[in-house]
Design a protein around this ligand. Sequence first.
Ligand SMILES: [Mg+2]
Length: 356
Amino acid sequence: MRIVSLRAIPVELTLKEPFTITHETVDTAVNVFIRLETDQGIVGWGCATPDSVTQETEASVLKACRGPFRDLLVDRDPIRINLLNDVIEQQLPENQSAKAGVNMALYDLLGKAAGLPLYRLLGGYRDRIETSVTVGLNPVDVMVARAREIVARGFTCLKIKCGMDPHQDIEAVQAIRGEVGPAVKIRLDANEGYTVEQALQVIQTLEALGADIELLEQPTPARYLYALKEVTAQCPVPIMADETVLTFSDSLKAIKLQIADLINIKLMKIGGITNALKANLAAELAEIPVMVGCMNESMGAMAAGVHFACAFKNVAYADLDSALDFTDDVVTGGARYENGCVVPVEKPGLGIEVKL
Ligand SMILES: [Mg+2]
């Protein structure tokens, strides 16, 4: 099989409501769809979601896809993903989300060629995974109402954004716990917003109040590795690295230095499934469970995260809720939500249909 064309098509999608975390508020998200066509007529789809986290823009993704990626991939055998990934990594060490979009399109092709849903092709550890749904930063009453609404839709795990104001964070989490009861899991994500002392104080206070926090994600600034390690050493709740582990080499460093109990692998940060496979294996060898998270991803991108998360035992957590957030997604299939879980569809590859 041979790739005959690579197209990159940007789509601006509208969020149902503006989303606020520590450093920004957004109300739309650009997803760049990647379409690979082969000489056998099989089409592979992927999707890149450029974000300030990876220092990418729609323009940078389009430039990479329409230039170097096209030159590197057209005329190549798409099944040789490990070789292609190596060539791409050597020539394009950055462009993380663009690489992720291209890499997942290669895996979509592989699944279609094999006639298998991607999660089964990758080993199929489970056929569904519980996912958290995010409660963004807002006034406490708005956050409580949002949590109530998520739980009413059958979800069993909340990811509450925090990190702006420790006192308000404690108040919000306590109010949400009171509202949703003890059975719902609550994880926190501070998006780098705390000092070591603030992180410990927030968790200790919440634990004393019986808030029962599952984990705390990225309490301290990404580049202060030893601050994160300090929180990890002292905190009674497991600490997860997210912004600290942008690339594959960041993930290896975090694993080697044991700066967190858990790491959050997002395909858009790490540059696709091939790199995620390696990082997850390295983490598993170090006995560090992994979460698969997402950016502002339409189902076109998020489906790859769902398939990846279901394939491996060491992916103990999923935060795959972004496909719920858009009013005008151009993708159907991929995965569905059921009883608090996200479930990959039983169709070859990513199982997505893209209507552009
Ligand atoms: Mg995070």
